[in-house]
Design a binder for this molecule. Structure first.
Ligand SMILES: [Cu+2]
Length: 351
């Protein structure tokens, strides 16, 4: 609020200065003082120079305020490339910005109207036209080429050895499913979804579902330096898997499976040290406004070593066992699955 009021105040001060200037100019014109025009010009030229330095100071101040709130270093391979691209773009556009602004304000000061100077007019210059068309065109083409190359990287097929994990959004949390020992995710059917005992609508007729694991607390575990392919879906409205620490995001759309893959390079523990923050966690944010609980739709990502991952995985119970066998899972119910929770009428089941 105070920022808004300050901005408004600065704006009003400018308007007042401008109005006073105008009023005094008209007054002097009415008094017939031709000379006053040049005096006003001089004053405006100085104000513009002051405005330039005020602007520079503003940029510096913004940087001071926000530099500690930046995301930490990118935690995956493609994220590093993305950041490099961002900084190259920022450097190129930044240099152009400072150069053009400096020239703009310098010209306003240096070439202000004086009684002795006469303005040169020319309607056309081929040389200038060529210069200010080709240079930006080449610069933009290079930036776009870098962007396309990175885009192709991010959206390319995941490596063949990537771990496949399903991430499904719902109002208002993330459900994370691992394929279990058979390395294959079983079929889902939205008609079988039940908040009581089948939150993803797993089809118990599909044996691949029997060993599937739905991560407790919705944690997404990843092994460092190992590619992970996410199969993304939604149970209700459009959500978006936002992984800002890895510089990727992807919409979660009901009825469609979207994918993205990444190769994390920094474990959660290493990131705690890098950021100097013992409470650091990688997170999944929902990057698509999805309802009244949108703000609370935060998932946790844990990047760990293979050994830690294996230990975590070994401690997980299959979702089937969790919901269909109150006792510990046995070899028998793993081997001979019964469609225990299948309450869907036969006629409604797809062939
Ligand atoms: Cu959401």
């Amino acid at each position: 609020m105070s920022v808004f009021i300050t901005t408004l105040l600065v704006f009003l001060v400018f308007i007042i200065i401008y109005q006073i200037g105008k009023a005094s100019e008209y007054a002097s014109v009415m008094r017939g003082e031709e000379n006053i025009k040049f005096k006003t010009n001089r004053a405006i030229a100085w104000i513009l120079v002051a405005f330039f330095f005020l602007g520079l100071y503003g940029i510096w101040e913004c940087n001071e305020i926000f530099k500690d709130r930046m995301l930490p270093v990118a935690a995956c391979e493609n994220g590093v490339k993305y950041d490099n691209m961002f900084f190259v773009t920022l450097a190129v556009t930044g240099i152009v910005f400072f150069a053009t602004q400096a020239v703009l304000f310098w010209f306003a000061y240096r070439y202000q109207a004086t009684p002795s100077r006469k303005t040169t007019f020319f309607a056309h210059s081929n040389k200038l036209e060529i210069l200010w068309t080709t240079i930006p065109a080449i610069a933009m083409a290079i930036l776009v080429a870098i962007g396309l190359k990175n885009w192709a990287n991010v959206t390319s097929d995941a490596p063949a050895d990537a771990t496949v994990v399903e991430v499904v959004g719902k109002q208002f949390n993330w459900l994370v499913r691992y394929p279990g020992k058979d390395n294959e995710l079983g079929k889902r059917d939205f008609r079988k979804i039940s908040d009581a005992n089948n939150i993803l609508g797993l089809d118990w007729k599909d044996p691949h579902n029997m060993d599937d694991i739905i991560s407790q607390k919705g944690e997404l575990h990843m092994v460092v330096n190992k590619a992970v392919k996410l199969l993304i879906g939604s149970r209700d409205v459009i959500h978006d898997v936002g992984l800002s620490h890895f510089r990727v995001k992807m919409d979660a759309v009901p009825g469609i499976t979207t994918t993205l893959w990444l190769k994390p390079t920094i474990t959660t523990e290493e990131m705690k040290q890098k950021t100097g923050n013992p409470d650091f966690v990688y997170e999944i944010s929902c990057d698509q406004m999805c309802g009244k609980g949108h703000y609370s739709m935060r998932g946790t990502v844990i990047v760990e070593t293979q050994a830690q991952y294996d230990a975590w995985m070994a401690a997980q119970q299959t979702y089937y066992a969790e919901n269909n066998a109150p006792s510990a899972p046995t070899a028998a119910n793993m081997a001979a699955p019964k469609p225990a929770s299948d309450t869907t009428p036969k006629a409604a089941v797809k062939p």
